[in-house]
Design a protein around this ligand. Structure first.
Ligand SMILES: *Cc1c(COP(=O)(O)O)cnc(C)c1O
Length: 406
């Protein structure tokens, strides 16, 4: 038995014996990555357009990012939020530079960011109700949303497969139809504190909120004194060619949740709160032990450095044009299998005619790693550093798989 075989057996056995069974996943063990490529423990090489689910924004082991983490790891890793650290202040400043005047709170994941945002909505509601809690607390979300697996996030995610087994949920959520402004407006009452949607739905199947819809939500929130809160956990941090996806619509939210791409693979989440609501959190009202450590913020700063110096927003904007055009051409060539192409920049969904999982498996066999999404969709989430050649290669692989399955 070669070393790699031992690793494979051992890893599979360890998972089978010791890891909780909450994930269904293929028998693939990844051991190394560089740029847009990962290798498995058998030496198999894959073009990685999963990017750890839109997390590895700079691809794997980007040298600037690795050097920044190594340097910081040897200096100071964790202090808790009982003390200040320079990286947290600097990363907050730079995020405010992208989002607008306001303040930032750091946490560790998308769901945790969303929990903070839901607590912010309750604080805003209490302010509306003259300081009384439990009167104005409702949050309106979208039906095909995904906001995470915590109780708050799950309660904002009206999918049977997410909620089943865990009820009762957190009360106070109502659900409108994405891009149907009237359906949101009809749900607003005196108890409503906020509207909370993904700018582009990810897990739900890559459904972008239209600029008109976002503009309409902004007006509704202004008229009814509601917070407009955007979940940019997946679509933010450059993925669509703007730093935040809402910038395409020219609409400014009151608060934003972010996480996935922010650390480039190191766990970090954050919420930005605009000036209107930035003073709602006062000392002692919210917190987290690990949020905004020197190391996590060094990772975030390195991601922002590379996005800015490497002009990655321009790259995503320009490189995605021929790529998405080529994917749309595929949809024309295989109309029975590929029903449509949605999304923006490097966040693209392929609408399939049936279950995406056999196609995900065939793509993996052919050397392309991609995640599926709700509603028979395959997502393509290349790192923001993916080259034109790598994007073109992904189209070739998808074409070959569609031919083989015709
Ligand atoms: C992934 C995701 C979350 C949850 O983030 P975790 O880091 O997995 O907790 C929340 N909202 C959106 C839009 C996401 O894509």
């Amino acid at each position: 038995m070669g070393l790699s075989e031992i690793t494979r057996t051992t890893t599979a056995e360890l998972y089978d014996s010791y890891v909780l069974k909450n994930y269904g996943r293929p028998a693939l063990t990844l051991v190394r990555g560089s740029g847009s490529v990962v290798w498995d423990d058998q030496g198999g090489k894959y073009l990685d357009f999963t990017s750890g689910i839109a997390v590895s924004a700079l691809g794997h082991c980007h040298p600037h990012w690795v050097a920044a983490l190594q340097r910081q790891a040897g200096e100071l890793i964790h202090t808790s939020n009982l003390f200040r650290n320079p990286n947290q202040g600097e990363l907050a400043r730079r995020l405010v530079g992208h989002a607008g005047p306001g303040r930032v709170f750091f946490c560790n994941s998308g769901a945790e960011a969303n929990e903070g945002l839901l607590k912010l909505a309750r604080l805003h509601g209490a302010t509306k109700a003259g300081g009384q809690e439990g009167v104005c607390y409702k949050v309106i979300c979208a039906k095909s949303a995904f906001h995470g697996r915590t109780f708050g996030g799950m309660s904002a995610t009206p999918q049977e497969k997410i909620q089943k087994g865990f009820r009762p949920l957190v009360p106070g959520f109502a659900f409108g139809e994405l891009n149907d402004l009237a359906s949101f407006e009809a749900l607003i009452d005196d108890q409503t504190a906020a509207i909370f949607v993904e700018t582009i739905q990810g897990e739900g199947g890559v459904h972008p909120a239209t600029p008109e819809f976002l503009f309409g939500l902004r007006q509704l929130c202004n008229r009814h004194n509601l917070l407009l809160i955007l979940d940019e956990v997946q679509c933010g941090i450059g993925r669509t060619g703007k730093f935040f996806a809402f910038e395409h619509a020219g609409v400014r939210p009151d608060a934003i949740g972010m996480a996935k791409g922010l650390g480039g693979g190191f766990p970090i989440g954050a919420i930005w709160v605009g000036e209107k609501a930035a003073d709602l959190f006062q000392p002692g009202m919210h917190g987290t032990t690990f949020g905004g450590t020197p190391l996590a913020c060094a990772a975030g700063l390195a991601v922002l450095d590379v996005i800015e110096r490497g002009k990655l927003l321009d790259h995503v904007t320009s490189a995605s044009v021929p790529w998405i055009a080529a994917l749309k051409a595929l949809a024309d060539d295989f109309p029975a299998q590929l029903l449509g192409v949605r999304g923006r920049g490097f966040m693209v969904g392929l609408q399939l005619a049936g279950d995406p999982l056999p196609c995900v498996a065939a793509l993996r066999e052919a050397g392309l790693l991609v995640p599926s999404a709700g509603g028979n969709v395959i997502r393509l989430l290349p790192p923001l550093t993916a080259t034109a050649d790598e994007l073109a290669r992904s189209v070739e692989i998808i074409r070959a798989v569609l031919v083989s399955k015709r």
